[in-house]
Structure formats: structure tokens, C-alpha cells
Design a protein around this ligand. Structure first.
Ligand SMILES: Cc1cc2nc3c(=O)[nH]c(=O)nc-3n(C[C@H](O)[C@H](O)[C@H](O)COP(=O)(O)OP(=O)(O)OC[C@H]3O[C@@H](n4cnc5c(N)ncnc54)[C@H](O)[C@@H]3O)c2cc1C
Length: 298
């Protein structure tokens, strides 16, 4: 199918984009990489009267350190997120997760901001933003505000963004010393959306016990799930195999995936347990393991 007719606008500056969004509001969609919006238009699941193309706003394709934050522009492509040395150094789990999105061609066009705003519950960028409770910076013609990622994702494909707002950048906390990370996903075919994905970061105390622990899951609920309440009882222990198994079992018991005729809830629960155990083991592996890479040929 082809999209329904729309008027096309190519914004040259951020103020111009914000003015167009304010003028057309709910009648408009902004276009970033087009990797989700394109199919939605073609299937006529989205029928905006106006399309506001952001692709000339090169200032939104950016990566910079600001103290203990890594600020990534909304128009930064997945490929750059996966391969930028500054991101790999400051927030390696973000780079690793981006390297697993779809296929090479999709990563060349798809953007961080587009992925967050599309808000697919199985998508990698919403999962990492939720894990790290990233600060999502948005602008409208009326001003600026920031939302925590954990307040941003409202439901499957629904965010807290107002119709006259756009995301301009995302601030992720920089990984601390003595911290590790693990990212695991399972999909039926290479490049498909994950059935279940798990992301974790942890830090050890000098005595080797777990001082801090974050873990979030994708694909098991309408939004990415941060498991803070489940993890609270697991701090202060040595992270041996028995500990990892206990955390994995508690995580699986705490989720309630929907029954799906093709994918039973029990299957997702079992995936959640085994991917959690693997992600925790990866987070505890010696530094250097699990470093992001981007396969060139697919
Ligand atoms: C075959 C295929 C496989 C894929 N596999 C995966 C996968 O495994 N994992 C995954 O995470 N994704 C996957 N994707 C989706 C891909 O990551 C998209 O790039 C992403 O979901 C949307 O980013 P985009 O820049 O293309 O946004 P677009 O498609 O341009 O826009 C998506 C939505 O976000 C809105 N939007 C975009 N930018 C902004 C902004 N700055 N402010 C406000 N609203 C904005 C748009 O209006 C639209 O509603 C896949 C896509 C395809 C086609």
C-alpha cells in the first residue's frame, strides 16, 4: 500500500520545526529515520495531514559529555550510537544494545529519538533509557522540559509527549567505576524485534558484594519494566551462581506477560529467567568482555 496524501515540510532549523509542530499539532507527524513511521504510513496505520521532516537538523545528530552525563541528540542514528567511541567509553550498554537493532540498513537511518518516541515495548533504546532512567529533553514552541524515561513510556506505542513537542536529546548517566553491564535478547530470527530482552548494570563494593543493581526487561509488558522493587532484597550479597539464579527466578516470578496464541506467557517467563542469569553473568565478567561491535556484513 501507499501512504494517504500528506503535505511535506522540511524544517531547516529547530525553531522552524517547533513552529510547524505548533501550527499543525495533532494533524502532523515528525519524520526522523522513517524506519517505523514509513511502514505505519504505508499500512495507513498513521494518516497525518502533515509530515515535518527533521533530517536537515544536523545539530540534533550529536554526542557530548556533560560532567557525569552523556548527552545524545535525538537525530543520532543507531549506527553512530553503536559505534561512537565516546558512547562506547561512557555508556557501553547503550552502544551494545544499539548494535543489535534490526539490520545494518535500519541502523543507518533509524534514530535514538525516533525509537524512543515510537515506544515499541520490545525495542532496545526504550529499554536502555528505562534501565538508566535517562533524562529525555523535549522542546515545543512554548519552551523546554525534561522527562525521566520511567515517566515517558505510558503504554505500548504511547508516550507522555504532548502533540506540540519533540524530543531534542537524551542524557544518560555515565557508567561508574567498578561497574559492569549485561545486555541479552532473544528473537526468533536475526534482526527481528526481541521476544524478551534484559539489560542490567551492577557495581561491586570493595568486599566483592553487590553494592548497586539495576535491571530492566523489554517485551514482557506494554512498556519496558524496571525491576527495582524485585532487586532490593538482593543487594549486599556475593554475586555467585546461586545469587544469579535467585535473582533470575525472582525476576521471572515478578512479571506477568500477556498470553499470546503464538508465544505462551510461560515461554516469556522462562526466557526472562535465562536471559537475566546470562546478563548478570556478563555484567560480572572481566572488563573488556561484551564490548560493543557492529557487524559490517549481514
Ligand atoms: C525490518 C525492521 C526491523 C526493525 N527491528 C528493530 C529492532 O530489532 N529493534 C528496534 O528497537 N527497532 C527496530 N526497528 C525500528 C527502528 O529501530 C526504527 O528506527 C525506530 O523504531 C524509529 O526510529 P526512526 O528514527 O526511524 O523514527 P521514525 O520512523 O521517523 O518515527 C517514529 C515515530 O517517532 C516520532 N518521532 C521521531 N523522532 C521524533 C522526535 N525527535 N520527537 C518526537 N517524535 C519523534 C515520529 O513522528 C513517529 O511517530 C525495525 C524496523 C524495521 C523496518
Amino acid at each position: 500500500m501507499k501512504p494517504a496524501a500528506f503535505d511535506y515540510h522540511r524544517a531547516q532549523t529547530i525553531p522552524e520545526a517547533l513552529e510547524l509542530i505548533a501550527r499543525f499539532g495533532g494533524e502532523a507527524k515528525v519524520l526522523a529515520g522513517g524506519q517505523s513511521l514509513g511502514p505505519m504510513l504505508n499500512l495507513r496505520l498513521a494518516r497525518p495531514a502533515h509530515l515535518i521532516d527533521l533530517n536537515d537538523l544536523v545539530e540534533l545528530d550529536s554526542v557530548r559529555r556533560a560532567g557525569d552525563l552523556l548527552v545524545v541528540g535525538a537525530l543520532t542514528r543507531h549506527h553512530r550510537v553503536a559505534t561512537d567511541p565516546e558512547i562506547a567509553a561512557a555508556c557501553p550498554i547503550l552502544a551494545a544494545a544499539a548494535s543489535t537493532i534490526g539490520h545494518y540498513a535500519i541502523r543507518q537511518r533509524g534514530t535514538l529519538g525516533g525509537s524512543l518516541c515510537h515506544a515499541d515495548p520490545a525495542a532496545q533504546m526504550p529499554l536502555i533509557a528505562t534501565l538508566l532512567d535517562a533524562e529525555i529533553r523535549v522542546e515545543s514552541a512554548a519552551g523546554r522540559r525534561s522527562l525521566r524515561a520511567r515517566d515517558f513510556f505510558a503504554a505500548s506505542l504511547v508516550t507522555a509527549l504532548a502533540p506540540d513537542e519533540m524530543v531534542t536529546s537524551v542524557a544518560f548517566p555515565v557508567a561508574g567505576p567498578r561497574s559492569g553491564w549485561g545486555f541479552e535478547l532473544f528473537s526468533r530470527r536475526h534482526g527481528d524485534f526481541a521476544l524478551v530482552s534484559v539489560a542490567t548494570t551492577l557495581a561491586l563494593a570493595p568486599d566483592g558484594t553487590v553494592a548497586s543493581l539495576r535491571l530492566a526487561l523489554g517485551g514482557v509488558a506494554p512498556t519496558p519494566l524496571a525491576m527495582d522493587a524485585t532487586l532490593a532484597g538482593h543487594l549486599g550479597a556475593p554475586p555467585d551462581a546461586a545469587w544469579r539464579a535467585r535473582v533470575a527466578a525472582d525476576v521471572a516470578a515478578a512479571i506477568a506477560p500477556d498470553e499470546d496464541p503464538r508465544i505462551p506467557a510461560l515461554y516469556r517467563e522462562e526466557l526472562a529467567a535465562s536471559l537475566t542469569a546470562r546478563a548478570l553473568a556478563a555484567a560480572l565478567a572481566p572488563a573488556g568482555e561484551g564490548l560493543p561491535h557492529e557487524p559490517d556484513h549481514e
